[in-house]
Write a protein that binds this ligand. Sequence first.
Ligand code: CP
Length: 308
Amino acid sequence: MNHFLDIHKTSPADLRQMIDNAHAMKQARKGQPKGTADTAQPLAGQMVALIFEKPSTRTRVSFDVGVRQLGGQTMVLSGSDMQLGHGETIADTARVLSRYVDLIMIRTFEEETLLEMAEYASVPVINGLTNRTHPCQIMADIVTFEEHRGPITGKKVVWTGDGNNVCASFLHAAGQFGFDFTFTGPAPLDPEREWIDFARAQGVNVEVERDPIKAVAGADLIVTDTWVSMHDPESAKERRHNQLRPYQVNEELMRHANPDALFMHCLPAHRNDEATSEIMDGPHSVVFDEAENRLHAQKAILQWCLGK
Ligand code: CP
């Protein structure tokens, strides 16, 4: 059974097949109204549960629309409205849902919840974000980079700011797709050592550079994310803002990257914190393509999980 739990747990060949399928499906839908079905209906007769224990706009809507375009049906479930949020075990929830649905996508806090869901479910499980990783986002980001600049293999990606769950999945992708990765941010917010070691073990160059100007030299892509993640305490906000202000993506920083460097942000953004509006809306930015590509990338993930 194909669970899509993380990029470093999925083979490079399978990841490449999903990315190529996402490109092809996006191309095939060009000009079609969003509510129309795809010509192929690989999810016909399939029911997909979308569980959210955290807020979401992009993940929720793109999975819902994607399943429908592929011919399947969805149910969107809030963790707090389920017995899962009131003491029922994850294992029992997984076993029960597997009797009703053909696939489970879950956005949750602890990675252990995702892993337990996958262990006890008899249907595929997709990671829609945990505190540690966000693989669906980075699959969309790979699609986005490649549609603008061609193969990402051998390119230089720079992450600036908090070494959070999205950064973690970018490090996994660096290893699996073969691109160099530089993290620039304050030491207390470094990505987990385990993820840096994973990427390096695949033979790619991973650097940690405290000076953001030096870090972006030669960058083909600059990526950032919100300074305070959904699972961070509100009390961390002021400290985070002070620590991260030097790592804001603005026109001055962008001038030190390659002239055709792209800018990405998975959204939602806090404009003029982690990135200025000039950058968000400027010529380097592909942030709304990234948002759209969640749809195409996840349709490819869904098909891969269901062996379609
Ligand atoms: N980028 C992302 O996952 O967006 P949502 O939180 O809106 O799903």
